[in-house]
Design a protein around this ligand. Sequence first.
Ligand code: EPZ
Length: 444
Amino acid sequence: MGCYLHKIVVRGNKPLFGEVEIQGAKNSALKIMAASILTSEPVVIDNVPKIRDVNVMVDVLEGLGLTVSRNDRRIVIQAKGPIGIEAPYQLVSQMRASIVVLGPLLARLGRARVAMPGGCNIGLRKIDLHIRGLEMLGAKINVGQASLEAEADVLVGANIPLDFPSVGATENIMMAACLARGTTVLDNAAREPEIVDLADCLNKMGAKISGAGTSTLVIEGVDKLKGASFRIIPDRIEASTFMVAGAITGGDVTVKSVDPSHLKMIIKKLKSVGCDVTVGINQVNVKGPAVLEAANISTLPYPGFPTDMQAPFMALLSLANGKSIITENVFENRFSFITELRKLGGEVDIERHHAVITGGSLLKSGAVRAPDLRAGAALVLAGLAIEGVVEILDIHHIDRGYDSFPERLASLGADIKVTKDESLVELSLAEGDSYQVPDVGVGI
Ligand code: EPZ
């Protein structure tokens, strides 16, 4: 298929100043939207971010027969009437998080068919833990080449220890267990704030979940869930990205409408590289230093350092004074960003899942490709700091998770533009991927 080539062009070396409002959390909104499958009553969700992944989830739910209405950041979803059982490849291939409809479909309809999401640019991203957990609740699951089929006459609560605190597996199992008979105890569960948000929403819908935010979730099954109104928590990764924008440019940026308790590890690391960080009730101010200091970082499940901020911090540490080490413990292939960073002069050596970054190396103008969502944002951040011009291609990845990212950076004083190549070019997209890059216009 053809597709217009858009790129972001950044002229850096300009400190950013000002305030930016943070949106609702992508990784909470997507799961709460899927949770609406569990009831025939309307679920009203507020503070839903305006991003492409949310559009894909709307398509998934509408494809299943749910009614979805949107008004700005409010989405109302109702799963009344006949509901389909299948999330097709065309949608799952665009957004891996579509797998999260599996648990709710199984619990509500006793059947589900979801296309196999496969790997992606950040790694293999297996779903064995989702499958094993649902099997322990009594589902029969058949994994084919192209899709996965699940069936259960009845789900029965069970004790399920997860080998790894997977976010997606915790969510799928938790949602299925809400309508199971009896009690489920999920051990080594993920503790991310988005899990707590999902559990809070499910409890408002009549579920009986305790322990969210700890490693042990206890879910007492109920017969039925009802509708609810729910407001999504602020996006801690979006907030962290703008905090790094302040830090990397030696600027003074305040992120507003955030929950600072979700940002503790980011605040700690920004302080360790020399930033002055001030925490307010629902805002955080970051003042970047004249010279950034090196630091060592290891990504871990929450409350550890988030893997989603690994690439932005690598860009930051490329400008620091001295050598830093980043260890990626969550995804096996989240270093693909380094190839692009090197094009801007970044000096990074990789040894297995460790990256050694020589600071002060990031200086060159250049053209780079966003390999995935967070790496794309990180390349923009690098561009903001470099004296010269950086062009970032493949920016549709960034639209997946950040609303109006260039525009909001421009409002903080960045010299940043989105330009559209006039020619329609053939791109090799994955089978069934029908995404057209939206027309964001020229200049901001
Ligand atoms: C969620 O992905 C987020 N996505 C990711 O956000 C985030 O990086 C990740 O959690 C970790 O915090 C959404 O919430 C939509 P996992 P998820 O299951 O659920 C392995 C972003 O940029 N694993 O916790 O897919 C897996 O391969 C992103 O917003 C298994 O081995 O993450 C990975 O190495 C992308 N078997 C690790 O666990 C399984 O069955 C963590 O995966 C499941 C996972």
